[in-house]
Design a protein around this ligand. Structure first.
Ligand code: UTP
Length: 409
């Protein structure tokens, strides 16, 4: 792309011509880098900044019953057998979402490198590998683990796994891939510049994971290995059970194309997305979209009808992912602190949010699927997310839960 083509492209997306403001002062390499970035960047999300309130409109919400603990217990053996058979046949792969910025935790390193140990090292990545090893041992079969990183944390993540010898996991079964970035902008949708030759970007959310796997050649591995199910999960839950045979078996037995691990809500207004039907299709309604009426609705047993929150652990049938890969996903526009250069070329490190990042979310993939099994798990045993340093969903609360589960820190 040459200068004129770059300018023409920028003109299509509102007030973006400042991206080329310093072009004449850049070295040849910097000029080439900037032109390449302009060529590669999808600026279309920026056009939505001014219409943020009207972005994601929900359809008609109705309840979707979860498979609850008592039902699971009644069929546990059968589910476990079906799940283990699938894992032994190499049909289940795991996808670790580790491309996030972990801003709330406030560490510069990738979140998975955070050490929650007290008497010894216990890194978040290590906890995940240890949990996956339980399944590998039970099935006597290695499970392919795909790790999504971002441009910002890929090299350091890979170096960390190497330094720690993959925490005892077989490196031949660990595959790293990089997610895409999206431009970050001010509140008017004007893209920020990180350097005179570099547009400010942010990882484009966890909804693009499958598309990024495709782009990075991961689907060749999926195909060669005969993987039929992908269990995608968040890095920050240190009690996360991965490729859980009972969960896999239940999803297969109920003939669903997605399984979603859920926990009973701790309170009606807890800040988690809950499973539901939206216009008759599986979906997730966010806590801020839950009206009083929905919060108070009851099922036939008199229990709250929207009572099961998602924990970012989904099992997708892989052929269905291929079908939805090119479908449009809703864009979530989120406030963020964006370091940038100001109009005088000075670097600014904002102390409070100064613009938007643009993301798609994995939970929106559920609505593109025909069927989903919400599968209840015991919160205290499987859900210890680390979002913050202290308080709710924090290092502190996760450590407590680890100890309660007999994990030595
Ligand atoms: P969060 O929504 O908690 O975001 O991610 P985050 O970036 O980790 O943390 P904050 O909001 O900046 O504090 C949920 C999961 O999705 C992954 C994260 O790594 C985490 O496992 N994720 C998020 C990605 O892989 N890519 C993204 O672009 C965003």
């Amino acid at each position: 792309m040459n200068y004129q083509e770059a300018l023409n492209k920028l003109k299509q997306y509102g007030d973006q011509e400042h991206v080329l403001k310093y072009f004449d002062q850049l070295s040849e390499t910097q000029q080439a880098d900037l032109l390449a970035q302009i060529e590669a960047t999808d600026f279309s999300p920026l056009l939505l900044a001014k219409d943020r309130e009207n972005q994601v409109k929900k359809g008609v919400i109705t309840p979707l019953a979860a498979m609850q603990l008592s039902q699971i217990d009644a069929e546990r053996e059968q589910f476990e057998k079906i799940g283990l058979d699938a894992i032994r046949a190499g049909k289940v792969g795991a996808v670790l979402l580790a491309g996030g910025m972990g801003t709330r935790l406030g560490s510069d390193a990738p979140k998975g490198m955070y050490n929650i140990g007290e008497t010894k090292d216990v890194f978040i990545f290590q906890r995940i590998i240890e949990n996956l090893q339980d399944v590998v041992r039970a099935a006597q079969t290695p499970v392919h683990l795909f790790v999504m990183t971002s441009d910002k944390n890929n090299d350091v993540t890979i170096a960390f796994f190497k330094e720690k010898n993959y925490f005892g996991y077989d490196p031949a079964y660990v595959h790293f891939f990089i997610q895409e970035m999206a431009p970050a902008s001010d509140y008017e949708g004007r893209v920020y510049m990180e350097e005179p030759w570099k547009i400010a970007t942010s990882p484009n959310g966890n909804g693009g994971w499958y598309g990024s796997m495709a782009r990075c050649g991961m689907l060749d591995i999926v195909e060669q290995a005969g993987i039929e199910w992908l269990n995608v999960f968040a890095v920050d839950n240190v009690l996360q059970r991965i490729a859980d045979p009972v969960f896999v078996g239940a999803t297969i037995a109920r003939d669903c194309v997605v399984g979603s691990k859920v926990v009973k809500k701790a309170a009606p207004d807890e800040k988690v997305g809950v499973m539901c039907l939206e216009d008759g299709r599986p979906s997730i309604v966010e806590y801020y979209e839950l009206t009083d009426e929905l919060m108070e609705a009851k099922d036939e047993n008199g229990d709250p009808a929207y009572n099961f929150g998602v924990i970012l652990n989904y099992l997708f049938r892989e052929d269905k992912l291929r079908e939805i890969m090119n479908k449009n996903m809703p864009l979530h526009i989120v406030e963020k602190k964006i370091p940038h250069i100001d109009e005088n070329g000075e670097h600014v490190e904002p102390k409070s949010p100064n613009g938007f990042k643009y993301e798609t979310l994995v939970l929106d993939m559920i609505h593109l699927m025909d069927s989903c099994l919400p599968f209840e798990v015991v919160r205290e045993r499987e859900f210890a997310p680390i979002k913050n340093k202290t308080g709710v969903d924090s290092v502190e609360s996760a450590k407590e839960l680890c100890k309660k589960n007999g994990i030595v820190l």
